[in-house]
Design a protein around this ligand. Structure first.
Ligand code: ATP
Ligand code: MG
Ligand code: MG
Length: 430
């Protein structure tokens, strides 16, 4: 990773964009980049700094992501559409080459972490509802206003937003940025140029100001912080694989478990592939387990197992759809039956929710009624995000949930990790 063409090595205190962003600690990484919490000296808030690997193919991917994010951010000036906002982008030269860097608003943990912190037991249907609403608002915006297909929706790519947002108010959140530059900077930047000097002076002033305001707020914010995250809004991130509905780059998209049947069949796709993945996410949040986990077996491929699992849960795929794709002949015979997996054990979403996960019958029925139309084998029959937002299941129980929260809300969901971790992590660097 950390070699020519690869990741850029960062240490807390390293500066970027002529000193505007000061690295704090690593937030995460992917195949393309490392992502750092950074303090933006200019706007006095925390941001997420994504530093792309430097080789040309990664630079190309970053430019691609910037194209989509710029459009997304430009058309949503009030930042209420549940999609990550791009704040800035620039190039940074280091020992491993030139890295394109993207600056985002700083968000919380991913939905995957939320599920992990709850020990894969599901997070409760009221919270699933809240999160579903946010994701649907985001998808509706992407699909109907921008014409963008995300094409890689999964738990890792949806991040929580805290009620108290440290990125907007570092002082309220009780965080103190680390603005000191480490000795012997590995990037070989010695001494400060005049712009950097100015920014450093500014940074010192900011620090002093922060310390002052922090003292008075620390006490009063403690009570509020216990409610942190309860709203459970979230935002969709990672547009590295996005495409325009009318300008697609590849036939092969989505992460395996969230992949729609038309992708496996090679039958073309549109916005409704995101709706399929969305249903997979909703199920996983509710149960703590993935809806489909296909595996290669003796005499059949992972793709075939995936199609079999889909049919066992959702019923037999109509012959017309099964035989429509460029890859249909690999899996199906001319009667529309799977060639290599003959005996299917049919069940239903509702049955699985009740029998395997112990969801009460009536709740299971209503939730299945929400999910199943999204899992229609016919892509054009799946509800749009806008239609989905009108579904009774999303309206259901809101008042009751509100009541529960106002009464101190007996909740089995452990939120402390999801919002506590980034904060305690930052404090280590202070
Ligand atoms: P992938 O291999 O999934 O394409 P990537 O290199 O494109 O990864 P991202 O998925 O954009 O990188 O980000 C990597 C990780 O960094 C995320 O999973 C998340 O944990 C963290 N992260 C990204 N953006 C933010 C943000 N705005 N706020 C907080 N954490 C973030
Ligand atoms: Mg990612
Ligand atoms: Mg990516």
């Amino acid at each position: 990773g950390y070699r020519k063409g690869g990741y850029h090595a960062v240490r807390p205190g390293d500066r970027f964009a002529s000193g505007r962003y000061v690295a704090q600690r690593k937030l995460g990484w992917g195949n393309f980049s490392t992502v750092w919490l950074a303090f933006d000296v200019q706007s006095e808030r925390y941001v997420a700094l994504k530093i792309q690997k430097s080789a040309p193919e990664f630079a190309q991917a970053a430019l691609h992501e910037i194209e989509f994010l710029s459009e997304i951010t430009k058309r949503d000036p009030s930042n209420c559409k549940c999609i990550i906002q791009l704040i800035d982008h620039f190039k940074h030269t280091g020992p491993n080459g030139q890295h394109i860097c993207l600056v985002f608003e700083f968000l919380g943990d991913s939905l995957l972490k939320l599920v992990q912190y709850n020990r894969y037991k599901g997070i409760g249907l009221d919270r699933v509802r809240q999160i579903c609403k946010s994701i649907l608002v985001g998808l509706d915006y992407l699909h109907s206003e921008l014409g963008i297909i995300h094409s890689d929706l999964k738990l890792e790519n949806v991040l929580l937003v805290s009620t108290i947002d440290p990125s907007k108010d570092p002082i309220r959140s009780g965080l103190k940025p680390n603005l000191e530059r480490p000795e012997g900077n590995p990037n070989g930047e010695v001494g400060l140029n005049p712009i950097e000097k100015k920014l450093q002076m500014r940074a010192r002033r900011v620090l002093a100001k922060l310390a002052e305001r922090r003292k008075s707020i620390a006490e009063s914010s403690r009570a509020e912080r216990s409610l942190d995250g309860i709203e459970l809004t979230c935002k969709i991130v990672d547009f590295g694989n996005a495409c325009w509905a009318d300008k697609q780059y590849t036939d092969f998209i989505q992460t395996r478990q969230y992949r729609a049947p038309e992708i496996i069949l090679g039958a073309g796709y549109s916005f409704s592939v995101d709706m399929w993945s969305f249903a997979c996410i909703a199920f996983e949040l509710a149960t703590g387990e993935m809806l489909f986990t296909p595996k290669e077996g003796h005499g059949y491929s992972e793709d075939e197992d995936h199609l079999a699992l889909m049919m066992e849960l959702l019923g037999k795929m109509p012959k017309k759809i099964a035989t429509m794709g460029t890859k249909s002949k690999e899996y199906f015979d001319r009667h529309g039956d799977l060639k290599r997996i003959r005996r299917l054990k049919f069940s239903s979403v509702e049955r699985i929710l009740v029998d395997k996960y112990g969801v009460p019958e009536s709740e299971a029925r209503e939730f299945a009624d929400f999910l199943c139309p999204l899992l229609d084998f016919a892509p054009e029959k799946r509800p749009t995000a806008a239609e989905c937002l009108q579904h009774p299941w999303l309206q259901y129980n809101d008042d009751k949930a509100c009541e529960a929260l106002n009464n101190g809300g007996a909740s089995s969901v452990d939120l402390t990790h999801s919002t506590g971790n980034p904060i305690s992590g930052i404090c280590k660097n202070v």
